[in-house]
Design a protein around this ligand. Structure first.
Ligand code: APR
Length: 231
């Protein structure tokens, strides 16, 4: 149904829901050594620290709610064939009502077995050293850490290749391979970037329109515009 819209979202999408971004001033990485809290090596060295870092994120997400940007994106589905490719591990797109969401970097409300990676469980409470899967192995967050494979990348790349319109919202595009996805779009594909501090401009993509606003403000206006164009 309708044209295909692919939406690449990052931490800025959820900033207006009170969840911190990673690289902004006062961002999540400010107080943490990234490799200590988000790498297999860091987990092996200090599992308590890593599990507590994600416990905090999980607790915070329990009380967060989708913002006007998330809600607006869900409305696009009445007029377009929409897929959201998110780097976010929160479930705010789901809770806002979007139906096709690819979580490139995993999901905070899931955990998996360290002994059987295919054993993935829904999980909303804390995990600690000693929290075991039904087969008796330690649980870990279902998150793609630095240095780990991004299993959903090929799927996301092929969907992006077929996009008629590409939206990019709230990502610094610093982290690969996710940032490279925008290059899969066919040359000439209309692109929109919503970010108060955009890292791309027309020099990068002649068909790019930059909306230098926060997601909760810029996305509803853009969505209304796209819906008008769909009819
Ligand atoms: N609305 C929209 N965008 C915003 C807002 C807002 N209210 N506030 C900040 N931003 C923008 C920033 O200007 C920046 O460009 O969101 C972007 C956040 O960038 P990062 O913190 O680098 O987050 P992201 O791009 O999602 O990081 C990618 O890095 O650490 C890893 O796995 C983690 O998925 C994450 C990946």
């Amino acid at each position: 149904m309708g044209k295909k819209i692919v939406i690449l979202t990052g931490a800025g999408m959820s900033a207006d829901s009170g969840l911190k971004t990673f690289r902004d001033e006062d961002g999540l990485w400010e107080g943490h050594d990234v490799m200590e809290v988000a790498s297999p090596h860091g987990f092996a060295r200090n599992p308590d620290l890593v599990l507590e870092f994600y416990n905090q994120r999980r607790r915070q997400l329990l009380s967060a709610v989708p913002n006007e940007g998330h809600k607006a994106l869900a409305l696009l589905e009445d007029h377009y064939d929409v897929t959201i490719v998110t780097q976010n591990i929160d479930d705010l797109h789901e809770r806002a009502g979007s139906s096709h969401i690819i979580h490139l970097h995993g999901e905070l409300f899931k955990v998996r077995s360290t002994g059987n990676p295919g054993l993935i469980l829904d999980w909303k409470s804390d995990i600690t050293v000693g929290s075991k899967c039904p087969e008796g192995h330690q649980l870990r967050p279902h998150i793609v850490w630095f240095g780990e494979e991004v299993p959903l990348l090929p799927k996301a790349a092929s969907i992006t290749q077929n996009a008629d319109i590409l939206l990019i919202i709230g990502t610094s595009l610093q982290v690969y391979p996710a940032a490279g996805l925008i290059h899969y779009a066919n040359p000439g594909t209309p692109m929109y970037l919503v970010d108060p501090k955009p890292t791309l401009g027309r020099g990068d993509f002649p068909n790019l329109q930059v909306i230098a606003q926060k997601a909760a403000e810029g996305v509803p206006t853009l969505v209304a515009d796209l819906i008008r164009k769909a009819v």
